[in-house]
Design a protein around this ligand. Sequence first.
Ligand SMILES: O=C(O)CCC(=O)C1=CC=C[C@@H](O)[C@@H]1C(=O)O
Ligand SMILES: [Mg+2]
Length: 371
Amino acid sequence: MAISFQKIILHKLQMRMMDPFQTSFGTMQDKEFYIIEAVDTDGNRGFGETVAFSVPWYTEETVQSNKEIIENYLIPILRESEINHPDEVFPLFSMIRGNNMAKAAIEGAIWDLYAKREGIPLAKALGGEKTEIDVGISIGIQPTVKLLLEKISYFVEEGYKRVKLKIKPGYDVDVLREVRKHFPQTPIMVDANSAYTLKDTELLRQLDDFNLLMIEQPLQHHDIIDHAKLQARIETPICLDESIHSFYDAEKAVELGSCKIMNIKIGRVGGLTEAKRIHDYCQEHGIAVWCGGMLEAGVGRAHNVAISTLSNFILPGDTAGSSRYWKKDIIHPEVVVKDGIIKVPTEPGIGYSIDEESLEEYRIEKIAYEF
Ligand SMILES: O=C(O)CCC(=O)C1=CC=C[C@@H](O)[C@@H]1C(=O)O
Ligand SMILES: [Mg+2]
């Protein structure tokens, strides 16, 4: 039956992370984003979350561009369309180029709404079968190696299944040598967020000595050609993050041999439908995938949990527990990690309810678009 929308509400939230998060491109601590609430005429409510940052560091999208695209283009498209299933949303939005994070947030709200109308968990609506998912931790660049070692110890003791470290030129080989001395067996990977070029091949080859699970996005943020050249010259598996914006990108990267592993971020690829399609393609081609993170609050985190239940999400993702980021999250219960595992909720939709009090506490703007 077609989903009949009553309204879509944009809640703009401002939240402060417990610790600053530093990567090769910058440091983040204050997060602004939108929670998208899609309400149908029966009063069912579905939720999505925008994941772009305030500054276009990671991709060209921003919190502000997400709002403008949703308000001026995506909501008008929905007003004129009939939607029976959330898989229909991505093709409808394809008349708008790019702006994947804006598209994904609204599509995510529709997926949640759909699953709630059907009375099934979002994970099941997506075809996921796992009842629990493995998770790792992503640790930002630290002011000293001593602090980094302390952080790693803390998260390893918490039970996280693998540790991801951020690297950049000048904070790579020596730091990893020290880390490996203290943690010889811990599953470790690194993420460079495009900080290197092919000229650094010799340096990147030295990383082969550290038995890393993978190196994430070492080269330019749109590249798949140089990554293929690099992969042929190093043993450490390359994982692509920033370079994959679509099924098309994923297909070309696999054809060229640009990576052996793929990080799927729902926002980066334009939503759950496209994420699932990339997942399926990678599965057919022997490319393992895992779910990346964008320092999400509870709603985005819940979507990440749901997609991670698909069978080719073989490697632990970056979906850490709520308490790693926030003093108080916006969902109830919060996402809890125990022994590196999240139990997948069994309630309909995303399976976590909105903590209305927190939502209000963090909200700095609310706009309703009637249908
Ligand atoms: O904990 C998370 O949500 C993952 C954090 C993380 O590693 C990243 C978040 C956002 C942008 C990047 O710096 C990065 C990544 O590249 O995966
Ligand atoms: Mg990354």
